[in-house]
Design a protein around this ligand. Sequence first.
Ligand code: TZP
Length: 211
Amino acid sequence: MEEALALYLVTNRDNLSDDRFLDIVLEACEGGITMLQLREKEASTNEFYELALKVKKITDSYSVPLIINDRVDICLAIDADGVHIGDDELPVWKTRELIGPDKILGVSAKTVIRGIEAKFEGADYLGVGAIYPTTTKVQTKLTSMEELKQIVDEVKSPVVAIGGIKEENILSFSGSGVSGVSIVSEIMQAKEVPTKVLKLKELVEKMKMKD
Ligand code: TZP
């Protein structure tokens, strides 16, 4: 789990055509992302399913684990590697029951209590944030670096930080104990995706050396 969380791309299709979107996925895999989460908030079930099948072909060919945001049905339908859920989805234990013991289950957690419950109910890793301001997702409140460290120390589950993470602030996670960073716009909107991913990977490795 630790290794897969190092540089975790969460997608955002925005106004991208399917072709450009799939090119970005391919370039990001080539550049060395360690896991990919397909996050489709607006797509119909059929669109999500069709897109997930195409993305899976790419991620499988690079052996990059594919995680589906929220939708257990899509995860099972395409035999993805796992699912990531937030607060508004099925309970963690029910999600684990549905996906079985072998698939990866990620859970968003903003507090130690939520993290402990999620771990107890079957989460493999926790996504914590937003740490820095972001326009990708509406956030009521940011999670501080102190709160992030508290979750890492007290829950003792692999943790990936998310929210506003860019080249310039990756090293601020040095010593925090996180297993990696989850990134949307810094990769999805990069002018040159492979170069950006290589640079981010280098920084994540540097960040983890200081733990
Ligand atoms: N959950 C918390 S913040 C966020 C999600 C999905 C979006 C992060 O996007 P970006 O563009 O990397 O700031």
